[in-house]
Structure formats: C-alpha cells, structure tokens
Ligand binder design. Structure first.
Ligand code: PMP
Length: 323
C-alpha cells in the first residue's frame, strides 16, 4: 500500500510549559500540543496505529473501506490516513458536529453522513461494518488498539518530554483511549503519578467513577465537543483513575479563549476543560509540582462555535467575546 510523507508528521508533538497560568511559584502546568498533528488532533495517532496493525493482521486490504462513527476528529484522521494509503472511507457524524469538522472530513476524501439522533451515529457505523465484509469498522469506543496506541505513542512521549518529573496528569475522556493509555504508561513508570479525569457536567463518567448507582440520571446536554460520554464503553479504564473533576461549558470555553489570548494557543473546548481542571489541581498542591495535560485539538475547527460571538451569545456566554 502507498504511504505518503505526511503520515510521518503524526506524533512527536511539543510539550509546552504554560507559564502565564502557573498559579503559584513552583507549581507548573505543562501541556502536550496535540493540535499540531496533521489533521489538527491526537486522533491521527490512534488511526495510523489501528490501520497499520489491521493491515498487518490482514483485516484491512486494498479493497477495504474504513468506516467509523465520529464527532469529527476521528473522522478527519480516518479520512486522511485512508486517502493517504489509497483506501476509501465513510464517516457517520452526529448533527452536534461543527460544520467545519464535517467539511474537513469531506475534504480529506471521506463520504460523510450526518445522523440526527445523537447516539445513533456510532450504531450506524457498526451496522455498516457488520453487514458488508468490505468495510472495516474502527470501533474506537471498544477497540483495545485505541488505548494501546496512546500507551505506545503519546504516553511514552509525555514521560520522555518531562524527564519523568510528573506529579499529576489530567484529561477528559470520551472513548477513554487517551487517558487510559497515557495513564497506564505513566503509572508503569511511576505509580505515584496522580491521574485525574476532567469531565464535562452532563457526562456520566464522573458519577459512574464515584460509584453513584443512578449515574445515568446525571446525563444532560452540554456544548463542549469531544469530551465526556453518555454510556460506559470498553476503551475507558476507570480503574486507573485516582479522582475526577467536573467542569462546565463556561469553564472550558473561557479557558480556550484565555489560551488563545494569553498563551497564543488556538485550541478547542476540551483543551480548555483540561487546562481549567489542571489549574484546579494546581491550586490544591501544597509544595512544588508539575501537572501535565493535553490540548487534544485545534481551535480552528470551531470558528462557527467556540470562537463565534453569535454562537456564544446564543448559549449565554456572550460576555466571553473579546471587546
Ligand atoms: N477532546 C477532543 C477534542 C476529542 O475529539 C476527543 C475524542 N472524542 C477527546 C477530547 C477525548 O479523547 P478520547 O476519546 O481518547 O477519550
């Protein structure tokens, strides 16, 4: 199968000390700039890894169409990796997916189908993979290669970037692949590293982790894309978490704006949530500490939402607009 040079640009992203956010002397927040991956998110890592492994095992051949349900980022990565290897791809997206994200997926060469019912886009992809043997379903929510990709790539890089000096790691979860894989690598190297889930209000992950029997009743709509979940999925390893912090849309979106203005980093809402939660952890630290998080995707994917004054007004966050 042909392989283009751009695939080599996946991973090895920079780690940056967010100095303007340090809450007190000696307490540092460091972030892995995952929006610098070719399609603008860390999902490039898992798709390159899963496709490579599936070619090796014979599950993907020259005639395969790769299919996935995605809120946007994974779809872009599937489309880019598939096209670059001469393969076709088909992506089902929820209507919550921003217009730019759907356009990006199409531009990389995938066929895009928008599904109205919020939880049905993944089922539509699964169905396609099941009914037609020429389709390979990535199945990021259940595929063990998803957390494995993060363990093998970004988890290893974070440890090396920080020279092993990490006190805490915090991140949101949707498939759970990133936090589960990264945390496994970090805990293997130093079991003392504290792992915190940052969860949007309205996701059921934090109440589930905390053992709430009625965890499903915590489900409600929220605006931040890519983070949180309304169901428990296989790729998410709750056993590796030490604690969980919740954030709301305003916390995350305000922080995304601060990161653009203060640190020069144009990132999406989940990055805002991650850094907001990192700052909460930082405030609780007694002595010097290094807290690490990730900036999963680019803010350029959200010009019609997070960085659009009209949309912010519509959701009651008009006061965040730069005057
Ligand atoms: N942030 C963004 C922007 C995402 O697209 C995703 C993946 N849906 C996540 C965070 C969460 O990553 P994971 O699926 O590995 O838990």
């Amino acid at each position: 199968m042909p392989e283009i040079e751009a695939l080599k640009l996946i991973g090895s992203t920079p780690m940056l000390h967010l100095k303007t956010l340090d809450p007190k002397p000696g307490v540092e927040i460091h972030a892995k700039l995952e929006f610098l991956n070719p399609t603008g998110s860390y999902k490039d890592r898992i798709i390159a890894y899963i496709v490579q492994k599936s070619i090796e095992s014979g599950k993907i051949t020259d005639n395969t169409t790769i299919v996935e349900g995605s809120s946007g980022n994974t779809g872009a990565s599937v489309a880019m990796v598939a096209s670059s290897m001469g393969l076709k791809s088909k992506i089902f997206v929820p209507d919550k997916c921003s217009d730019e994200k759907a356009a990006i997926i199409r531009s990389y060469g995938a066929e895009v189908t928008v599904i109205d019912a919020p939880e049905s886009y993944e089922a539509a992809a699964a169905q396609k993979g099941k009914e037609d043997e020429n389709y390979y379903h990535i199945d990021q929510y259940n595929n063990p290669l998803n957390p494995e990709a993060h363990y093998m790539t970004i988890g290893k890089e974070i440890w090396e970037d920080m020279n092993g000096e990490i006190d805490a790691f915090v991140a949101t979860a949707s498939t759970g692949g990133a936090i589960s894989g990264i945390a496994r690598r970090l805990k293997e190297n130093d079991p003392g590293i504290r792992i915190t889930l940052a969860d949007p209000e309205g996701s059921i992950y934090k109440p589930y982790f905390e053992g709430k029997e009625d965890y499903m009743s915590y489900k409600k709509p929220f605006k931040v894309e890519g983070a949180g979940k309304a169901a428990i999925v296989d790729a998410m390893n709750f056993d590796i978490l030490d604690d969980a912090i919740s954030f709301n849309d305003e916390n995350a979106i305000e922080m995304a704006h601060r990161l653009a203005r203060q640190e020069g980093l144009m990132v999406g809402g989940s990055s805002g949530g991650n850094v907001w939660a990192a700052l909460e952890i930082a405030k609780r630290m007694k002595g010097p500490a290094k807290i690490v998080t990730v900036l999963p995707d680019s803010g350029f994917k959200y010009m019609s939402k997070v960085f659009n004054p009209k949309w912010l007004d519509e959701i009651g966050l008009g006061h965040l607009v730069a005057k």
